[in-house]
Structure formats: C-alpha cells, structure tokens
Design a protein around this ligand. Structure first.
Ligand SMILES: *[C@@H]1O[C@H](CO)[C@@H](O)[C@H](O)[C@H]1NC(C)=O
Length: 132
C-alpha cells in the first residue's frame, strides 16, 4: 500500500514535470496505470519517482514495472513488441514538430533482448527526446 505521503510526492513530481504537456485526465490515467502496475511489481516509490526525474537505472523491478506501464499505455503489446503508432501518438503529446516526432519514434522503437529491456530503453529514449 502506497502511503499518502508517497502518493502526494509522486503526484507533485508528475505535476511539475508534465503539467504543461499533459491534461489532468491523462495524468490521472498514468497514475492509475502506475498503481495497477505497482500491485504487480511492488516497485519502490523512490525508484518509480526517479523516472520522472530522468533516472533509469538498470534495475529488474524497474524494467518489469515499465513493461507493465508500456502494455497499459499500448506502446508494447503482450509479447513485448513495440507498437509504433502508439509510440508516435504518445510522443505527439509532448512535442508538435512532425519531423521530430517521426524521427524520435523511429530512433526509440528498438527491440532489445527482452520485453523488459525494451521497455526501459523505449521509455528512457522517449523521456530524453521529449525533455531536453
Ligand atoms: C505484437 O505485435 C506484433 C507486431 O506489431 C505482432 O506481430 C504480434 O502478433 C503481436 N502479439 C500479440 C500477442 O498481440
């Protein structure tokens, strides 16, 4: 069970990082996915909120959590394969330059040796490409 304080901290961080790009509804959907995934992975709150600050350590629990998030967001399917159209759509929520969206979608959509590794690299790549 996530403490009230942790939820508050995580929500605040999210709000700061994404306030300008995402609507409240989109943010709530992400928080919801996070909660559902946390029920599966029991990820540490610090590890999870680190992502919002751009920290993507090579951690098995983090990878599992990100794969869970990816599936819920539709950017990877159950077998772990990247769904490019969905990736493009998500990137489009952060940036408007069509050429840049296309370029980022292609450079980030790279399958790694496992669905979990793919999830980590994909999320990191999207984050870095949209948070200069
Ligand atoms: C996952 O996506 C790939 C490519 O888009 C597709 O070939 C595969 O059948 C999909 N697998 C599942 C379980 O949906």
């Amino acid at each position: 069970m996530m403490s009230v304080k942790a939820v508050f901290v995580l929500t605040s961080v999210l709000a700061v990082v994404w306030a300008q790009e995402l609507t409240t509804t989109q943010m709530q959907a992400i928080m919801n996915h996070h909660k559902e995934c946390k029920a599966e992975t029991n990820i540490d709150d610090g590890l999870a909120s680190g992502v919002l600050a751009g920290n993507f350590p090579d951690d098995p629990v983090l990878k599992q959590h990100l794969f869970c998030m990816s599936k819920r967001l539709g950017i990877q399917n159950d077998s772990g394969e990247i769904q490019k159209d969905a990736v493009k759509e998500k990137i489009g929520k952060f940036i408007t330059d069509e050429a840049k969206i296309e370029e980022l979608t292609n450079s980030c959509s790279v399958e790694k040796s496992s669905p979990e590794d793919t999830a980590l690299e994909l999320t990191k790549c999207i984050y870095q490409g949209t948070h200069p």
